[in-house]
Write a protein that binds this ligand. Structure first.
Ligand SMILES: Cc1cc2nc3c(=O)[nH]c(=O)nc-3n(C[C@H](O)[C@H](O)[C@H](O)COP(=O)(O)O)c2cc1C
Length: 189
């Protein structure tokens, strides 16, 4: 497996987390799942609005969630014991004004969930590949919420258990260089 190597020292969990597709059939204990959601809960958000909502597809509910995914995601996500849909509220609850950082806030919350999962030996895989209308209808999403993405959550299995074309993609991806994602001071004129 390709090793990720940071250019500057950081805590290993940042680069050791990745998004595998090979899930074991092992169930997740509800208490463990609640700890992941608890981590998501403590994320910061603009005005402490907490515009996130997590819908959990576990046990008999899982099929309903799986059906919302595009076929290419269903192919591997069907093995995951839990599918989660992250929703957001685009408007502030008090003023009803648009919340310009709602999606950003949800990203912070989702990353907390994924890192907590990683630290507990679970794997997570976010998926934007889903059928929007079907999701709204099948999961009976209330009007004030919009879907962002699904997550497959569970325990990792061997890469060899995936179909061949997915085995080729089953490795931790690299990243852009630091000088491609930041600079000190303003952009040049
Ligand atoms: C919002 C979001 C949507 C994604 N959607 C999909 C998806 O539909 N299918 C998929 O296989 N991977 C999906 N991914 C996984 C990314 O391809 C993956 O995170 C990226 O390649 C970086 O790899 P890493 O998570 O292993 O570090 C998604 C990731 C994010 C953050």
């Amino acid at each position: 497996m390709q090793q990720r190597k940071p250019d500057y020292p950081i805590s290993p969990f940042f680069y050791e987390r990745w998004s595998p597709r090979s899930f074991a059939s092992s169930e997740i204990e509800k208490e463990v799942l609640l700890s992941l959601l608890e981590a998501a809960r403590w994320a910061p958000s603009s005005m402490n609005e907490q515009p996130w909502y997590y819908l959990i597809g576990l046990g008999k509910d899982k099929e309903l969630f799986l059906d919302c995914l595009v076929p290419e995601n269903q192919l591997w996500a069907k093995k995951a014991p839990c599918l989660i849909l992250l929703l957001y509220r685009p408007y502030f609850s008090k003023s009803q004004k648009e919340n310009p950082t709602a999606l950003f806030d949800c990203g912070l919350s989702a990353m907390s969930l994924m890192l907590e999962a990683h630290l507990r030996g679970l794997i997570t895989h976010p998926m934007a590949g889903f059928h929007h209308e079907k999701t709204l209808q099948s999961l009976r999403i209330p009007k004030e919420y919009k879907p962002i993405c699904f997550f497959a959550v569970g325990y990792q299995a061997d890469r060899e258990l995936l179909p061949p074309h997915l085995q080729e993609r089953e490795f931790p991806k690299g990243r852009l260089n630091l000088d491609e994602i930041c600079r000190f001071g303003p952009f040049e004129v």
